[in-house]
Design a protein around this ligand. Structure first.
Ligand code: ACO
Length: 355
């Protein structure tokens, strides 16, 4: 857990973007693939449909579109970015990092780029890294991306997992702000003892890829969902309360909570334990499923573009994921309602013409 330091300067989100692939996989589609039903999926998870990457469409391709949209909203160009942090469990390749691939595709030639693997908590971890880099002067403009092509590691013969996950990307541009504004608190937690509750057993140094690992379907996600459910609710409540304490706020002071979209029942249970009304908690799991590290930045971009956040609003992000990892951030929002991408591009072009 981080204690609130005497920051020389704060860090704040100045642009957001998201992208989900065109192809939609509905519950009715899944009924034809495994022994499940639309009713079971909706009642147990809240999910109606999820988006699936096209063949050949890699995580970096999804991330690139979200990143361009976030930079356009911020009125910045690729060369303004000096750090790219990509949170992902599904990089294009083991090597190089997805962040380096995004850097190349974006043309962000001045950026240092690296990946963060914290499963569904990845975006919170990456945002914490961005805030640290900016407040200590290591970076001025950090592009934070949460992206997943989970369909690549989902076993579409396993009804326990295949109904849950979707593909997508969300991005945020983080820049300096006055101390006491922007990201006020970050809490990060892990418990590796719980590592086998959610894992992809093969493909790493423990079980390198072999004919046997492929035949045993060991390159796909294995999950003990019921056990994860219990620790997720407790971890999400505790980490958001801890972040609120650091920020000197109470749950009632939050104008909006953007939780990781793992399961509607986890979100509802966390909200009830915090005593927060439903209208303050973002839910879009029905349309996207669980997109792991992409779910918070996707939700954030929808919220920002809908004009639901204004300067001075207090917003909490909270997540739980494989590892196990969990964490939260509390921010005092600094951005005015965003310009549309078109207007922002015109402003950027006019700035360029004037310089
Ligand atoms: N369709 C129909 N029946 C199903 C399905 C399905 N898709 N999946 C499981 N079932 C059955 C089970 O086999 C079981 O049958 P049984 O009673 O005959 O054994 C029954 O439904 C109940 O199964 P449970 O696992 O107890 O169902 P539960 O209510 O716990 O819901 C779920 C399962 C949705 C996975 C839930 O436990 C969950 O959301 N867990 C947390 C997931 C999570 O937070 N993951 C971490 C984040 S993700 C990340 O980090 C990438």
């Amino acid at each position: 857990m981080t204690r609130r330091p005497d920051l020389v300067r704060g860090a704040t989100i100045v642009g957001t973007g998201m992208y989900v692939p065109d192809r939609v996989l509905t519950n009715a589609d899944l009924e034809r693939m495994v022994d499940t039903s639309d009713e079971w999926i909706r009642e147990r998870t809240g999910i109606r449909e999820r988006h699936i990457a096209a063949p050949g469409q890699a995580s970096s391709d999804l991330a690139l579109i979200a990143a361009r949209r976030a930079l356009a909203m911020a009125g910045l160009g690729p060369e303004d970015v000096d750090q790219i942090v990509v949170a992902t469990t599904t990089p294009d390749r083991v090597l190089p990092s997805c962040a380096c691939t995004v850097q190349a595709k974006l043309g962000a030639k001045n950026a240092a780029a690296f990946d963060v693997l914290a499963a569904c908590t990845g975006f919170i971890y990456a945002l914490g890294i961005a805030r640290g880099a900016i407040s200590t002067g290591i970076a001025e403009t950090v592009l934070v991306v949460g992206v997943e092509a989970l369909s690549r590691i989902v076993d579409y013969t396993d009804r326990n997992t295949c109904v849950l996950f979707g593909d997508g990307a969300g991005a945020a541009v983080v820049r300096p702000c006055a101390a006491g504004e922007g990201i006020l608190a970050v809490t990060l937690h892990s418990d590796g003892v719980l590592g086998d509750l959610l894992e992809v057993p093969a493909g790493g140094s423990l079980q390198p890829t072999s004919r046997e690992t492929v035949e045993q379907r060991s390159h796909f996600i294995k999950m003990r969902g019921r056990e994860l459910f219990k620790v997720a609710v407790r971890g999400m409540e505790e980490s958001l309360r801890a972040a609120l304490d650091i920020a000197g706020l109470a749950p009632a002071d939050l104008d909006l909570i953007i939780p990781h979209q793992a399961n509607q029942r986890i979100i509802d249970a966390t909200r009830e334990r915090l005593g927060v009304p439903a209208e303050k908690v973002i839910l879009n799991i029905d349309r996207f499923g669980n997109t792991s590290s992409a779910s918070i930045p996707i939700s954030l971009d929808e919220v920002v573009r809908a004009g639901r956040l204004g300067p001075g609003d207090n917003v909490g992000f909270v997540a739980f994921g494989g590892g196990a990892t969990w964490g939260a951030t509390v921010s005092r929002w600094t951005m005015p309602a965003p310009l549309t991408d078109g207007v922002a591009q015109a402003v950027t072009a006019a700035r360029g013409a004037g310089s």
